[in-house]
Design a protein around this ligand. Structure first.
Ligand code: C5P
Length: 243
């Protein structure tokens, strides 16, 4: 999975989700957190790294809340329309960036709009590891809880979840974002997954035969999914800005 380490790094923020698990009317990327939207925190977190040249944000076609940023931290912020699934939004952003960069190769640093607590040190470790190896990779962390297998059909029938077995966890990691891949490899990998939903870029790359590098990151790089996550993120951001 090699690419010229010298190719520029551009951030992609898929922000076209509705965030239904949050409840409420406002998509979660636009919820307010310590005076800024969740999206703005996530965007600033990736643009803060000196190697990141700029960002492409993919929003829903009917998004009326996009603030129209053109630059943040002195770096260009570009905007495109996302798609029905996260992978469609990332594919649309890759295409829009390829047009903007006139077909030149670049590294795509994909970061969920709903992960506002990314630390600069983690981003730096991911970039250093991948660019030094000339390979794509992602932030993640080993699974620490005991894992129970259930019958998902029971939940959809409104029955209680029951533990049917215990899954060995030694070989399992949780996948976070950012995820960094050469755009020229990620675009065809996502296209090849069309129709079968890829929940992250690494999954599409694995199916294309690659073995992305897993770089251990902080577990507090949480994805805002439920209302409780928002309160936790607020606490983490306040503590982070205090060092
Ligand atoms: O729904 P989930 O939490 O997995 O979404 C992860 C990220 O993907 C969010 O930032 C969300 O806005 C984005 N997304 C997207 N396009 C979709 C669905 C989700 O950009 N169609």
């Amino acid at each position: 999975m090699s690419a010229a380490a010298a190719a520029p790094v551009w951030a992609i923020l898929p922000a076209a989700g509705r965030g239904r698990r949050m409840g409420g009317e406002l998509p979660k990327q636009y919820l307010q957190l310590a005076g800024r939207s969740v999206l703005e925190h996530s965007l600033r977190a990736v643009l803060a790294h000196p190697q990141v040249q700029g960002a492409m944000v993919a929003t829903a076609a009917d998004d009326s809340l996009w603030p129209g940023w053109e630059a943040i931290e002195g770096k260009p912020v570009l905007h495109c329309v996302g798609g029905a699934e996260r992978a469609d939004s990332v594919a649309a952003a890759l295409m829009a960036l390829a047009t903007h960069l006139q077909g030149a190769e670049f590294w795509a640093l994909v970061h969920d709009a709903a992960r506002p607590c990314l630390r600069l040190q983690d981003l730096d470790r991911l970039l250093c590891a991948c660019l030094a190896a000339g390979e794509g990779g992602l932030l993640g962390a080993p699974v620490r809880d005991t894992l129970k297998r259930i019958e998902p059909a029971a939940l959809t029938k409104g029955e209680p979840a029951r533990a049917l077995g215990t899954q060995p966890r030694e070989a399992l990691w949780r996948a976070f974002t950012p995820q960094l891949f050469p755009a020229s490899l990620l675009a065809p990998a996502l296209a090849a997954c069309a129709g079968s939903v890829a929940t992250d870029e690494a999954g599409a790359m694995e199916r294309a035969g690659h073995q992305p590098l897993l770089v251990e990151g902080r577990e507090d790089n949480l994805k805002i999914t439920t209302p409780a996550d928002l309160a936790l993120a607020e606490f983490l951001l306040a503590r982070g800005s205090a060092g």
